[in-house]
Design a protein around this ligand. Structure first.
Ligand SMILES: *Cc1c(COP(=O)(O)O)cnc(C)c1O
Length: 427
């Protein structure tokens, strides 16, 4: 069946034809390609079109599609272990790996998605502090948990909706909205509600409003405020973990979180998630403590095998991050050159293999600046790039990713397609 046929039929059986909103390409004026297979940096759709993929399953595939070693680990494990709902040695290996490599993590609990990781971390923070309020930042996305669906990034921002229907007012009355990189505003929230705040949750390198990096000073202030008022600082590293560097975003700041959430890369392409942190806090989880959180599939053997295979490869090859950095830098430089040549204003934010090209004529360092970008231009660019064989996230407010499989040839193709767009756009 063709892309077109599959998508049209999908709309009969799945709301919007998809299982996650942004995949539907709403607002792009075209239907999404239906992807059949992927290898390395390249994916193929049902019509046989090839694309260089910069979505990479929205981040997890840092080793590219169907990495041989990961696939082998999945095959081997699946012959002897699908699921037990009982402890396995693979879970120990995964937990030990995370704890031994992440200075801020002494204990960890595996779950099945990023959403589960963040909502459980919040519950734990509330249980530990015996307080209810949380601070989240406008433009940050922490999954689809009710309490986070205010001023959220990612699909909520792309769809231009203020929040979500079906979220009782009671579920968000304890959510305070912080302004990213605005330490004065956060300080004023603490001044007013300090004794009621259980936790501050932040993407230290935001990816769900497009890439925006937190300022070092801002992070220091968050740490100081949390210490002063007895609140926990939670880094949501679902996207940035093992991505912006091996040790993630916490490696980029002189600030240590109390709890961290992971997902995406740690599942090696399978559904996964984890949250961890200080032992003193983590031991409040059931069965040790009184905060209840459970999961039939948590720590699933095949997921652990795929994740461990990915993490071990990253551990064994620190040069992979240098490769991704150098490919990213070349892409960034090439795009700026085209922007100058055709007088097409852009601003690129990139941290390692996380990157967003904003159609903006000023520096983009806040949620307000993100919202001022030229979305119509982005949409034209997106369609042009897709037709040129470059698969990007269909939104100005998302991040695209690089993998170890991306090389200079892929970069040139990207830049060439961008030049054609710039020529057309500025004519
Ligand atoms: C993707 C993402 C989530 C949600 O993870 P899911 O696995 O989609 O539930 C949460 N936080 C951040 C920072 C993310 O990028």
């Amino acid at each position: 069946m063709s892309n077109e046929k599959i998508f049209n039929e999908s709309k009969k059986f799945m709301p919007g034809g998809v299982n996650s909103p942004v995949r539907a390409y709403r607002g792009m004026g075209i239907n999404p390609p239906i992807i059949k297979s992927g290898k390395g940096a390249v994916i193929v759709d049902e019509d046989g079109n090839e694309y260089i993929d910069f979505v990479l399953a929205w981040g997890p595939l840092i080793l590219g599609h169907c990495n041989d070693t990961v696939v082998e680990a999945i095959k081997e494990t699946s012959e002897k272990a699908l699921a037990f709902g009982a402890p396995t040695n693979l879970e120990l290996k995964m937990s030990k790996f995370i704890c031994e490599n992440m200075p801020s993590v002494e204990m960890v609990r595996m779950v099945n998605s990023g959403t589960e990781a963040t909502m459980s971390a919040i519950k734990l923070a509330r249980g530990y502090t015996k307080r209810d309020k949380i601070v989240k930042f406008a433009g940050c996305y922490h999954g689809h948990f009710d309490g986070f669906l205010v001023e959220a990034g990612s699909g909520v921002l792309t769809e231009g909706i203020p929040g979500s229907l079906g979220v009782p007012e009671d579920s968000v009355k304890n959510t305070l909205i912080g302004i990213y990189n605005d330490e004065k505003q956060v300080a004023s929230l603490f001044k007013k509600y300090g004794d009621e705040i259980a936790a501050v949750i932040i993407e230290p390198v935001a990816g769900n409003m497009g890439v925006v990096k937190a300022e070092n000073e801002f992070m220091q202030v968050l740490r100081t405020l949390c210490n002063r008022y007895g609140a926990l600082l939670i880094f949501d590293e679902v996207m940035s973990g093992f991505r912006v560097s091996f040790k993630g975003a916490q490696n980029l700041f002189n600030v240590s979180p109390d709890l961290v959430t992971y997902a995406k890369i740690i599942g090696g392409g399978l559904p996964s998630g984890a949250y961890g942190g200080k032992r003193e806090i983590m031991e409040n989880l059931s069965p040790k403590g009184g905060v209840y959180q459970a999961g039939t599939m948590s720590g699933n053997p095949i997921v652990m095998a795929a994740g461990l295979s990915t993490l071990n490869q990253l551990y064994d090859h620190p040069e992979y991050y240098n490769h991704i950095e150098s490919v990213g830098r070349k892409l960034e430089e090439g795009l700026y050159k085209i922007s100058e040549k055709y007088n097409l204003p852009i601003w690129i934010n990139r941290v390692g293999g996380m990157m967003t090209l904003f159609f903006s004529d000023e520096r983009v360092d806040s949620y307000d600046k993100v919202k001022k970008c030229n979305v119509d231009r982005f949409n034209r660019y997106f369609v042009h790039m897709l037709k040129s064989g470059i698969h990007l996230p269909p939104s100005q407010f998302e991040t695209f990713f690089l993998s170890t499989e991306h090389n200079i040839t892929h970069v040139y193709k990207f830049i060439k397609a961008f030049e054609e767009f710039a020529k057309k756009e500025m004519d």
